[in-house]
Design a protein around this ligand. Structure first.
Ligand code: GAL
Length: 489
C-alpha cells in the first residue's frame, strides 16, 4: 500500500518526505473518522432485521414486512401499557443529549433490550391476532369444532369470507328467530391522513349478517352503502361512519339505524339516522345532526322493555356521556330532558343492558384504537344518575391483558333470549396497522353476587342493592347445550 502511494506521489512529482508523511497522517485520520462514525450511528444506517420467535410451523402468522411495519410504525396494540407519556422537559433533554456521551457498553445493552422487546411484541402479536389457519370458518369447521367461539380469531361467514362488522350491534327478530348483526365494513386498505392522522379505511358501508345460532353468520349485503361520488354526503368515503345500532319500531314497523357520523378529522361529531322496512336493508339515509346541539362521537341506542328508546353518546370532547330520549318513531332525538352522566370521567364505547329493573352500562376509556380498561356502571333509570361498579373483566393469565379489556373495546351487550343471567358481550380488538383484520372478542357476561356500587361519589350511601357484573376470559367457549333462541322473550 505504502509503495503504491509512494509511486503515485512520485508520478505526481510531490515526493518529498514531508509531503508523504502528511498524506499518511490524513489517511489514518480519515480511517479513524469512519470508525468513530460507524460506532456512533450504527442503526440509523442499517434497518434492523426482525427476529422471528416461532418455529417453522407458525411462521405464517405474520410475514416479516408486516411484523416490521407493526413494530416500527408505532402500531401500539402490541406495546400497550408499556409506554410512558413523555413530558416536555424530558423530550428536550433526550433530544439535546449527544450520542458521544453514551458509552459503547450501553449501546450494546440497549440493542439487546430492543431485541428482547421486539421478541416480546412479536409473541404478543401472534397471540392477539392468530393467523389465517386458526380462523373460525363455519363453512369448513369439523363437527367437533362446531359452535365454538374463539375470541380474537379471524371469523368467517357462511361463504368462507372474513366477517366485516366492526363496532357493531345485534338485533333479534323474535318472529323469525333470527339475529341480525350490523357493523362497520372495514374491508379496504388502512391509511393515515397526514403524519399524525389516525389510522382509517374508506367508508364502504354498514354490513348486515343474519344467524339463527349466533355462530353461523350469512352475509345479507351492505345494509347502508358508502358514497363514492357525492362529496357532500355524510357517507362519502373519506368521512367516518361508525358504531351502527339498529332498533325495531313496533308503532311504524320500521327498522331504524343510528350511527356516529364524522368527517376525516373527527370534528363534525354528529349522529346519523337511516331507516328500512326490513331488517337486512337497504336502509335509506335521512341525515345527521349534533344531538342536543352537542358534539357526539362514540354512541349507542338502547330500547327499553316499554318501547322507550334512548341515545347515549360521548360528548364535550369525550369527557362525559349524554343520554336523551328518541321520539316515538325513533327517528329524532328529543331535544328536552337530556342528562349528563359520568361527567369528567372520559368514557366512551357505551353498551347498555337491563337486568331485573336495573340498567347496566359497559364503557371504555378514550385511547383511540388502543385498548384500555373497561368499567361497568349501574342505574335505576336510563337517564341516571349512574354509579360505577368497577372493571368487569376477570380471568385471563396476564394482568395487562385483563386490565385492557382483553385487548379489546366493547361495542354491544346482547341479552340472550331464553337465558336470564347471561348476556353476550361484544367487543372489537382493533388492529390499526390493518383495520380490516381487526378481530371480534365475544364473551359471556354474567350477573354475579348482589352488591352496592363502591366507587361512586355521587350517591355512595343509598344506592339499592344491584348485581355485580363479570366478563370472565375464556380462550374457547360454546353457548349452553340445547340453547335455542325462542320466538318470544
Ligand atoms: C375510538 C372509538 C372507535 C374509533 C377510534 C378511532 O375511541 O371507540 O370507534 O372512533 O377511536 O381512533
Amino acid at each position: 500500500m505504502n509503495a503504491m502511494l509512494y509511486r503515485l506521489l512520485k508520478r505526481c512529482n510531490v515526493g518529498s518526505k514531508c509531503c508523504f508523511s502528511t498524506l499518511l497522517w490524513s489517511l489514518a485520520a480519515w480511517i479513524l473518522f469512519l470508525q468513530v462514525y460507524k460506532t456512533l450511528f450504527p442503526s440509523s444506517i442499517q434497518l434492523p432485521v426482525p427476529h422471528t420467535p416461532w418455529g417453522k410451523a407458525s411462521v405464517d402468522v405474520y410475514d416479516e414486512p408486516e411484523v416490521y411495519q407493526r413494530i416500527h410504525n408505532s402500531d401500539r396494540t402490541a406495546n400497550v401499557g408499556k409506554e410512558q407519556p413523555v413530558l416536555k422537559g424530558q423530550r428536550a433533554k433526550t433530544k439535546g443529549r449527544s450520542s458521544l456521551l453514551v458509552p459503547l457498553k450501553n449501546k450494546v445493552k440497549d440493542k439487546a433490550e430492543e431485541e428482547a422487546r421486539e421478541l416480546a411484541a412479536l409473541q404478543k402479536l401472534a397471540l392477539l391476532f392468530p393467523g389465517r389457519r386458526f380462523a373460525v370458518d363455519p363453512s369448513k369447521t369439523s363437527s367437533d369444532e362446531h359452535g365454538y367461539f374463539y375470541p380474537g380469531r379471524e371469523w368467517r361467514d357462511t361463504d368462507g369470507k372474513t366477517i366485516q362488522a366492526h363496532g357493531g350491534g345485534i338485533l333479534y327478530v323474535a318472529e323469525t328467530r333470527t339475529f341480525y348483526w350490523y357493523g362497520e365494513n372495514k374491508g379496504g386498505p388502512t391509511y393515515h391522513i397526514g403524519k399524525h392522522g389516525t389510522a382509517r379505511v374508506d367508508v364502504l358501508g354498514i354490513s348486515c349478517y343474519s344467524s339463527k345460532d349466533l355462530w353461523t353468520w350469512k352475509f345479507e349485503g351492505i345494509a347502508l352503502r358508502g358514497e363514492r361520488t357525492d362529496k357532500t354526503s355524510d357517507l362519502y368515503f373519506t368521512n367516518v361512519v361508525e358504531r351502527p345500532k339498529v332498533v325495531y319500531n313496533e308503532r311504524t314497523n320500521n327498522y331504524v339505524m343510528w350511527l356516529h357520523i364524522d368527517n376525516g378529522n373527527y370534528s363534525k361529531a354528529a349522529v346519523g339516522v337511516a331507516v328500512s322496512t326490513q331488517p337486512e336493508g337497504p336502509f335509506d339515509y335521512m341525515g345527521s345532526k349534533r344531538p342536543h346541539g352537542c358534539d357526539s362521537r362514540d354512541m349507542t341506542i338502547f330500547k327499553d322493555d316499554n318501547g322507550d328508546a334512548y341515545i347515549i353518546y360521548s360528548s364535550v370532547t369525550n369527557s362525559e356521556l349524554h343520554i336523551g330520549m328518541l321520539t316515538e318513531d325513533y327517528m329524532e332525538v328529543v331535544e328536552r330532558g337530556m342528562k349528563k352522566v359520568l361527567v369528567k370521567q372520559h368514557r366512551e364505547a357505551p353498551a347498555l343492558f337491563k337486568h331485573r329493573n336495573f340498567y347496566y352500562m359497559v364503557t371504555s376509556g378514550c385511547t383511540g384504537w388502543n385498548p384500555n380498561g373497561a368499567l361497568v356502571h349501574v342505574a335505576e333509570s336510563v337517564l341516571g344518575p349512574w354509579a360505577t361498579l368497577g372493571d368487569p373483566c376477570t380471568g385471563g393469565e396476564d394482568e395487562e391483558f385483563r386490565a385492557h379489556t382483553f385487548f379489546s373495546q366493547g361495542s354491544f351487550v346482547l341479552p340472550l333470549p331464553g337465558l336470564t343471567d347471561t348476556f353476550l358481550f361484544m367487543a372489537d380488538r382493533w388492529r390499526p396497522a390493518d383495520l380490516a383484520d381487526s378481530r371480534y372478542v365475544w364473551l359471556l357476561l354474567k350477573m354475579d353476587r348482589p352488591t352496592v356500587p363502591r366507587f361512586d361519589t355521587e350517591f355512595p350511601l343509598n344506592f339499592p342493592q344491584c348485581q355485580d357484573v363479570s366478563i370472565p376470559w375464556v380462550d374457547k367457549w360454546k353457548l349452553p347445550k340445547g340453547w335455542n333462541a325462542p320466538d318470544r322473550r
